[in-house]
Design a protein around this ligand. Structure first.
Ligand SMILES: [Ca+2]
Ligand SMILES: [Ca+2]
Ligand SMILES: [Ca+2]
Ligand SMILES: [Ca+2]
Length: 336
């Protein structure tokens, strides 16, 4: 992180931002004049919407605090100088698997982009996973059509067609760096933001989930915010996501955000589905506490009145745990 303490630093950054803004406009005009930009745009935007809407600019400050890229608009995103390195996936909130978006980043040195300028793009391209898949399917369909119309097409002809198409839309940018300006076009709105605490959840999403963007483990349960949201599906601000009394980071013992053999599931209060809750839960309208791992430490301690939350018949005597509890209650036991 660069500290912005001095007045001078701020002035310099302001000037840099203004210069970049002006440069973006020049580059965009350049992109239009080359024509390639328009044909790319046409692949995603419906005809009637092309050039109808005004450009949207997402400033570096907005990216820092977290913002949203609106759907089907021509959007400029300024990557803040404070970001030394951020992956495309984190920057755009990991929406690329389901949302088609694409764009390109203007190089800080315009001469570096000569290859792409020749192809009609003033920068390095990036395409979401969904967009790449869409284009792959389009290409397959296109090749099928080509086969049926020109049956005498040679394999070489086909390869040339394919290479031409692919070289135009090749995905190039996976890492974004501060100071870059990028054009983005998306079919659905997506979150965009820096990841200040490096937990994999960008600042726009942190705000959405109500988590702390300066604390990688907001609820202090041992599992990083990003892992809770994207991998485990648990709640980044709840230590005990499923309410079974055992905190998430004890259920997911190795804290890798995955429910694995030997662990209990942080998002399922009854992991072995025997009707008894993993830890301790209120039953009988809150009058009694029942469950399996009664001291909530993630371990099954035989002989201590506990049951194994990973097994329906903890002691293997043929009587299921839930029935043992039922018999215990019938017999008037006070710790069932
Ligand atoms: Ca974060
Ligand atoms: Ca956590
Ligand atoms: Ca739990
Ligand atoms: Ca159970």
């Amino acid at each position: 992180m660069v500290s912005l303490n001095t007045h001078t630093t701020r002035k310099v950054l302001q000037r840099a931002t203004m210069t970049l803004g002006a440069l973006s406009l020049v580059l965009v005009a350049y992109g239009f004049s080359r024509g390639g930009f328009e044909s790319m745009e046409g692949r995603l935007l419906p005809k009637h919407q092309m050039h109808r809407s005004e450009w949207v600019t997402i400033t570096a400050a907005k990216v820092l605090s977290g913002s949203t890229i609106p759907a089907e608009r021509e959007v400029m995103v300024h990557i803040p100088e404070e970001i030394t390195r951020i992956t495309r996936k984190v920057l755009f909130g990991r929406k690329g698997d389901t949302v088609r978006y694409w764009g390109y980043c203007f190089p800080q040195n315009i001469h570096d982009s000569s290859n792409n300028v020749r192809r009609g793009f003033p920068g390095d391209l990036f395409l979401s996973e969904a967009e790449r898949e869409f284009r792959r399917q389009e290409l397959i369909a296109q090749r099928r059509r080509t086969f049926s119309v020109f049956e005498n097409l040679t394999a070489q002809d086909l390869n040339e067609t394919r290479n031409r198409t692919q070289s135009r839309i090749r995905h190039q940018v996976e890492i974004f760096t501060g100071g870059n300006t990028c054009f983005v076009m998306t079919e659905k709105s997506i979150p965009v933001g820096a990841d200040t605490d490096g937990d994999g959840l960008n600042n726009a999403l942190e705000r959405g989930y109500g988590s702390d963007n300066k604390n990688p483990d907001t609820d202090g349960d041992g599992i990083l915010d990003g892992l809770e949201v994207f991998r485990m599906g648990s709640h980044p601000t709840k230590r005990d996501s499923d309410g079974d009394g055992i905190i998430d980071g004890i259920e997911d013992a190795n804290r890798n955000g995955r429910f694995e053999p030997g662990e209990t599931n942080p998002t399922q209060w009854d992991t072995d589905r025997d009707g008894l809750c993993d830890g301790l839960c209120k039953v009988n309208k809150g009058q009694d506490l029942r469950g399996e791992d009664k001291n909530l430490n993630g371990e099954y301690e035989p002989g201590s009145g506990e049951y194994n939350p990973r097994k329906v018949d903890s002691d293997g005597d043929g009587v299921l745990d839930e029935h043992e509890v039922f018999l215990c209650v019938l017999g008037g036991g006070d710790d069932c």
